[in-house]
Write a new protein. Sequence first.
Length: 364
Amino acid sequence: MKLFVKTKEKKYPIYFGENNFVKINKILIQNNIKPNKLMVVYDKNIPKKIISSFESKLKKNESIFLGLKFNEKVKNLNTVKKILDILGKNNFSRNDCVISMGGGIAGDITAFAASIYKRGLKFVNIPTTLLSQVDSSIGGKTGVNNFIGKNMIGTFCQPDVVIVDIIFLKSLPKREMICGYAEILKHSLISDKKFFIFLKNNFKSILNLRKNIIKKTILNSCKIKKTIVEKDERESNIRKTLNYGHTFAHAFESTLGYTNRLNHGEAVLLGILTASKFSNKQNLLPKNELRLIENHLRELKYNNLKSFFKKNNINKISNFMIKDKKNNSKEINLILLRKIAKPVLNNTYSQTRVKKFLSSLIDK
């Protein structure tokens, strides 16, 4: 199965399947990628057997493998420099190729390095987590964090190929599956109520990797992301809806210092909860639809901010929100819901108002 993403910058394929990553040479040739040298940046959490299998397929090329332990704390310019230094020392040319094998953080860092080295190398993304397969691998956003906040330094650079292979999901812990599910849920809430109901009815089968259900779920989620990216590659309009829940989520992560206590997908679930409650507070999202969302988040056990934050965190959360890169003024810009699948763009609120709302959820 194959989908094509068509943007003004380029057209590229997303390959779907099981064990299709081992067809890498055929896929490269099909897409006119003929490098003399390859660099593979992979997550050390991927089973060694898979990396060895992949390495054996690339023997025809001069290949360099760099394994790293990816997390938010290494999502910075130091890691980018490590990749750039290897590319430079080995004299990679613009015709050569960088491959990412890992989750969203691996893809973001590697894509950013590939996009700025000699103003752009060929880039192939092989996302290995549910989150990266359904969200971050599609759309061309790259970037790293700095002291101001999350993803503050980055580029828009569409990949040349994306390979989505469900074989990688079999080694993921349930917590990582829930993280990916968060982005799938977000896609349904901003775009497709029927898909939301499907998720609500089948989430246990999805998390347990029931093959026909997980394949359908990944494909539907990718189709939603693809459609939005094609309409608005540079996030000037409808693509902003993909940030639903994320302004809160990024601030939650930053407040806790990117610790293992709350990872990105979990922060997104809490962000969805908070944005949905805030939408209702602004007389947008009806109470009955808010309850549908709340009940589902309760089933996932991510329905209470007080489990993660205290009163003394509120100032810090709101300070990170005001610094969010999506803000164009001294106010906080939020994506809200009028109804499920009916997002509302460009809603701005004062920091004081947002703090008061957060207090109502945390300081009870």
